[in-house]
Write a protein that binds this ligand. Structure first.
Ligand code: AMP
Length: 310
């Protein structure tokens, strides 16, 4: 595992997911936005996770996070309570999860208390969870250098004012195309990104599933990442989170925030996401190596390369 000087702090759901796709299904498998993004970021940087699980959360999942070098001292275990559980299906459209059930459980009364060394984190990713919790965590960090957030329709619909407060305070917003449209009411994605930029973030990343990702810097379109040409997607769950984790991990390792590094971060994010969807839960990430990641990064470069006209 490569270690930069800068740690990435991640808050978000830590979950047991029950997921059905055209290829098969899993019951109560390891998932959650914070878990996918932390494991993806751990390929590049030291990672600290903030969240809560119930005492039904299998010990082996905790051991896996620790085996990736992730600091879990900010992950609380609530005795006698149940872990967040999400049930979803992708039956007609692999780009669109249908939520069947969201059981917030331990997250309903979670009060994040950051260990003192966490407060010095320079890179912060507010992964998908209640925006009020995202704000409570951000307020406990001394002077972050790069703060990013993600969200989903569930919170856009239920916690709109709090989400606007989050967006006012972040540098980078990650959203998929449907979320960007839902939040802004704009069907045109360039306009939607422009509207999101006006809400606060300098950088907006719109993820378009099997159609790649677009980075806007100060509302100019500054980079388009091609999608990796996969011939089978087994389970899209966590694609957005692994994208964001790879992006933030790379930015922390680089330690420089400029357009060239942000473009590379988008490609690393796309690389991690393309691996993650090749198996259920985090199974593909368990065996992934930095060598696999760098080989695929080069393939991303090759497929978009073209020469100027003579
Ligand atoms: P993604 O596919 O990247 O959008 O994220 C999938 C993950 O989001 C799953 O592992 C779920 O546990 C988690 N998730 C689903 N609904 C919510 C929610 N309302 N708040 C936080 N996390 C959620």
């Amino acid at each position: 595992m490569a270690r930069g000087d800068n740690s990435v702090l991640i808050v978000g759901s830590v979950a047991l997911d029950s997921v059905e796709t055209p290829t098969g299904k899993v019951e109560r498998a390891l998932g959650g936005a914070a878990v996918y993004s932390a494991v993806a970021a751990s390929f590049f940087a030291a990672v600290r996770i903030v969240g809560v699980v119930g005492d039904d959360f299998p010990e082996e999942h905790l051991a896996f996070l620790i085996s990736r070098g992730i600091d879990t001292s900010g992950l609380q275990v609530a005795k006698g309570k149940k872990t967040f559980h999400w049930q979803g299906a992708y039956l007609d459209d692999l780009n669109n999860a249908q939520t069947i059930k969201t059981e917030l459980n331990v997250f309903e009364n979670f009060k994040p208390e950051l260990p003192s060394e966490y407060r010095l984190s320079k890179y912060v990713f507010l992964a998908n969870i209640d925006p009020d919790l995202q704000l409570e965590v951000l307020d406990q960090i001394d002077s972050p250098q790069l703060v990013a957030c993600d969200t989903m329709n569930f919170w856009i619909e239920r916690k709109h004012p709090s989400l606007l407060n989050v967006l006012r305070k972040v540098d980078v917003a990650f959203m998929n195309d449907a979320e960007a449209r839902l939040l802004t009411g704009q069907t045109n994605l360039n306009r939607a990104a422009h509207e999101i930029h006006k809400l606060g973030p300098n950088y907006v990343v719109i993820k378009k599933g099997e159609h790649g990702a677009v980075l806007y810097c100060d509302s100019d379109l500054c980079f388009m990442a091609a999608p990796y040409p996969l011939y089978e997607v087994v389970d899209p769950t966590g694609a957005g989170d692994t994208f964001a984790g790879g992006f933030m991990g790379y930015m922390a390792q680089a330690g420089v925030i400029d357009r060239d590094h942000l473009r590379r971060a988008v490609v690393y994010g796309s690389t991690l996401a393309s691996f993650n969807v090749q198996d259920f839960s985090l199974n593909r990430l368990r065996t992934l190596t930095m060598n696999d990641i760098n080989n695929r990064y080069e393939e991303f470069r090759r497929i978009v390369h073209f020469e100027p006209v003579e």
